[in-house]
Ligand binder design. Structure first.
Ligand SMILES: NC(=O)c1ccc[n+]([C@@H]2O[C@H](COP(=O)([O-])OP(=O)(O)OC[C@H]3O[C@@H](n4cnc5c(N)ncnc54)[C@H](OP(=O)(O)O)[C@@H]3O)[C@@H](O)[C@H]2O)c1
Length: 328
């Protein structure tokens, strides 16, 4: 029977999420890949235990994570049942709805019908009474945003989620969502967006400033650019890598030009005494705008690598300008 490491809270740092009372670990674990029905159950269980032992209290899911859709939630539910149940009150579990989930007009986007039904399904699959954070997964160009936000507020009032978040909303959409949620007395907790050295749209769009203004936190997905900002592809494309196995990262994204940049970044990382993954994660937190980096992993060892960076978060001006030069 799993017993959590006693020193787990000494290893991790926790930061308050926006103006809320909720502390999130600086590193969270996402279950988008490697937790589906096609993956090895014992490996996923090891990853959850490894993460929790390192002080990672936050686990991020969505209705359609798998494949097949729903299977990451079912597998996570099984792990909860087998040995994480005693730790439920020490965990922040999130799920989402917003992308394609079931056939017909009610299994996608942002209607009240979809969000309410989807969360009920997610709770059943995970064997939970409530999630800590429920997200609208992406903006819906057609459903009135008032309807989507009101559904989120009602979900909180029903007790099925403690906090609400949005994901992939830009600055303007975030401002609108936050204002409606505020009127409904349900503060916006967080926005979950992609941010890494290779994708800086949240800086250009002004989203990072907006989140600070509205008092919401920012959790960053794909902080390692799905593995491109690690040593994974420095010597070719390994058979067991995401780029080989998965259609979300294409082999042709691993270009010669990218690898040139990654090699140079890797040199700066090693001068800092870090792996490239560690440096890429520390870089995300350099301005204290990001509450938590939401990493993915295919094996427990990657999780252990990915928490080490907390020991060295600072950058010199010289390092930062060298990194900017490489990323140009
Ligand atoms: N809200 C949204 O729309 C959205 C979208 C995408 C993701 N997310 C969330 O964000 C989470 C993380 O996304 P992500 O998986 O793309 O994050 P990521 O951390 O950028 O990429 C994870 C992948 O990088 C490789 N990797 C990780 N650590 C490594 C290390 N130390 N050394 C070498 N390779 C390493 C592994 O790939 P290999 O398989 O090659 O080993 C791993 O599966 C997801 O699980 C999900 O919860 C949300």
């Amino acid at each position: 029977m799993y017993k959590a490491a006693e020193d787990r809270y000494e290893k991790m740092q926790y930061l308050r999420c926006g103006k809320s009372g909720l502390l999130l670990p600086r590193v969270s674990l996402g279950l988008w890949h490697n937790f589906g029905s096609v993956d090895k159950y014992e490996n996923m269980k090891d990853m959850i235990h490894t993460a929790f032992d390192e002080g990672i209290t936050h686990f991020d899911l969505a209705n359609n994570y798998g494949p097949v859709y729903g299977s990451a939630e079912s597998n996570f539910g099984k792990i909860m049942e087998e040995d994480m149940r005693p730790y439920r009150d020490e965990m922040i579990i999130s799920t989402k709805a917003g992308y394609d989930m079931w056939p017909g007009p009610y299994g996608n986007f942002g209607s009240r019908k979809y969000l309410m039904a989807s969360l009920d399904q997610s709770l059943k699959r995970m064997g939970l009474d409530y999630v800590d954070i429920f997200y609208h997964h992406r903006p819906d160009p057609e459903t009135p945003i008032e309807e989507t936000m009101e559904a989120l507020s009602d979900i909180v009032r029903s007790g099925k989620a403690l906090y609400v978040g949005i994901s992939n909303y830009n600055s303007e959409q975030t401002r609108k969502a936050a204002a409606i949620l505020k009127e409904n007395h349900t503060p916006l907790l967080i926005n979950q967006v992609r941010y890494n050295m290779l994708d800086r749209w949240t800086e250009e769009d002004g989203l990072q400033d907006t989140l600070e203004e509205v008092g919401a936190g920012m959790i960053v997905f794909s902080p390692l650019a799905q593995g491109m900002l690690t040593d994974r592809y420095l010597n070719g494309i390994p058979e067991d890598s995401r780029a080989k196995r998965n259609h979300f990262l294409h082999e042709d994204s691993i270009t010669g030009e990218l690898i040139e940049k990654v090699k140079k970044l890797n040199e700066i990382a090693s001068d800092r005494g870090q792996t490239l993954a560690e440096m890429a994660l520390a870089w995300n937190l350099r301005k204290d705008r990001v509450t938590s980096v939401l990493v993915g992993a295919s094996r427990p060892a990657q999780i252990l690598d990915n928490v080490k960076f907390i020991q060295k978060l600072e950058f010199t001006d010289d390092e930062l300008s060298k990194i900017e030069e490489i990323l140009k």
